[in-house]
Design a protein around this ligand. Sequence first.
Ligand code: DX5
Ligand code: ZN
Length: 223
Amino acid sequence: MKKLIAPSILSADFTRLGEEVRAIKEAGADWIHVDVMDGHFVPNISIGLPIVEALRKADTLPMDIHLQIENPDEFAERFIDAGGDAVHGITVQYETCGLLYSTISRIKSRGVSAGIAISPTTPLYVLEEVLEYADMILIMTVEPGFPGQKFIQSMVPKVMRLRELIDRSEHKPLIEVDGGIKLDNIRVIAEAGADVIVSGSGIFQSSGYSETIELMRKEIKGL
Ligand code: DX5
Ligand code: ZN
């Protein structure tokens, strides 16, 4: 499968959000990663429902919505409503879900992809019983909360172990990797087995989006 590049809109210039979304689409990105933060699960507040509604009207790429909020059950469907047809999927943080099977089922029943994210210190084994229900597993390679953080190198073997686990399993959710990924380390992540690569500051703070995405694709060519 072709590896997907999902720029995180959190690092875009919010005074020109519509233009930024168009530019990233023209630059050849695959999805738009939307980081929703509530000031409770993570010490930051970011994008909410009105922005997702606006993005939908802005001729966006499919939205890959990453909920970093304490009560995903209360909000997952509201984000699906806000983003409408433009929502590719909703990813919830494992650490916030007491009733994960229900959370995942509810998201899937709305016809969108359901993802489970784990923070850097959450072990892979917690996924053992839920792997078969998830459409995507997101490995956080920084502590959730802020863009522009340094990639945690020890997450590379974690991604490799997840790749092995999924390759051995009948059910094959995508692997997404998020946090601190730039042109200089995208290859190592792709080699470890990522299918979807999120990059925020690595793309939005580069001088040319098309150029950066093209160079990123060159880095991961053939993988
Ligand atoms: C962190 C978010 C990431 C982040 C990515 O909580 O989930 O998506 O914004 O930004 P960079 O690529 O700058 O680390
Ligand atoms: Zn994210």
